[in-house]
Design a protein around this ligand. Sequence first.
Ligand SMILES: Nc1nc2c(ncn2[C@@H]2O[C@H](COP(=O)(O)OP(=O)(O)OP(=O)(O)O)[C@@H](O)[C@H]2O)c(=O)[nH]1
Ligand SMILES: [Mg+2]
Length: 398
Amino acid sequence: MAKYPRIRQQNIAVFGESGSGKTVLVSSFYGRTQEGSYKNDLWDLVADKAGQGVRLYQNYLGMQHNAQAPMTNRFTNTTYDFSVKLKAGEGDEEEKRPFDELRLTWHDYPGEWFEDDPSSEEEALRRIDTFRTLLSSDVALLLVDGQKLLDYRGEEERYLKSLFHNFRQGLAQLKDPLLGGDGPLIEFPRIWILSLSKADLFPDWDVNTFRDLVILKAADEIEQLRSTIVDMIVTPDALSIGEDFMLLSSAKFELKADSAEPLKIDLKQRIGLDLVLPIASLLPLERRVLWEKKMELPWKVADTLADGADVIAAALVGVKFTGFEKLVRMVTKNNQKAEFLAKTLPAVLAAAITIVGPKLKEMNEDARAKHLYLRAMLTQFKIDLDQAVTENVLRKQK
Ligand SMILES: Nc1nc2c(ncn2[C@@H]2O[C@H](COP(=O)(O)OP(=O)(O)OP(=O)(O)O)[C@@H](O)[C@H]2O)c(=O)[nH]1
Ligand SMILES: [Mg+2]
């Protein structure tokens, strides 16, 4: 008998300088789902470490009730583990579905790492070790601090250039220790989304306004960052940086007159946060299909890029998984047949991501009506992604 629950692991890495909004982001992401009034008929979000969950919810309540933002946690990195637990299905739904839980590991990297040199040998080693844990993330969000853009209004290039430059320097320093003489890495975040944090400060902006500003003011620095990463990975064509953009706001902050202190923090008004789960679970799959159309993607790269894409695609389109899984397992175990799979799988994945519009909606409604929670969740994720693109909150590589 299969073990329950069956878990799919997703990782997301969030990079941002001190004060760019990382802790508020994760507190808002999680806190909202813990409110008594929060309703989700498909899944529950659970913090795997109870203490972590309590702290995040406390941050959330402090903002909501006392307009108090959380304390800064400079110089430390944190890894948050969340589980998205699907509601129990009816009949044999649970047996048939390919997985029951989506686990999201959220890596939070402080910007100091890219601003200051490590203070000791030990600190340097710790940075490398920690960075290594990020390598399994397919997607990284690189935060551009909206408040800083305001502070440097008219000369945003001063902030943007130094942000990307420092980040590149930091990565370059990690190159040798990370590669360790084994040559370029197969597994590395290959989708870098430039994300405007505190987007509530720019009520008139959409994602294109943000993108245009970044490209106008810092295209060269982004290109240099890209070439630094290119030197670290195999199949460097499979890399998106400076091509995906999004807006993020954890809450609407209203400040006291002539002060940086919040008067009111409205956590109901958020931008982009509900895209974190859809991005972590579906974007790598989509990107893999896009790249497979454009280039010969080596199997080992494709496989690490959207690890578990097969399972997600099957769940999305509702392929009877038992047979499909057997096929995939059989073929992957048996190396000479890997080629066959490399040819077949992209077609299944492509089929999964090309469902859009009314058809997608219909599938979602149908899955909800039949209490097929996994399928309902994944089709909902896809609806959310598509909608964010239409509403200009997210811009994806074309
Ligand atoms: N307007 C606005 N301000 C925000 C938002 N998120 C955070 N802030 C402000 O930015 C400050 C810093 O946010 P944090 O989340 O603590 O920043 P951090 O990235 O965790 O910083 P370190 O812990 O020092 O690395 C907060 O105290 C808020 O004043 C947002 O969505 N909108
Ligand atoms: Mg913090």
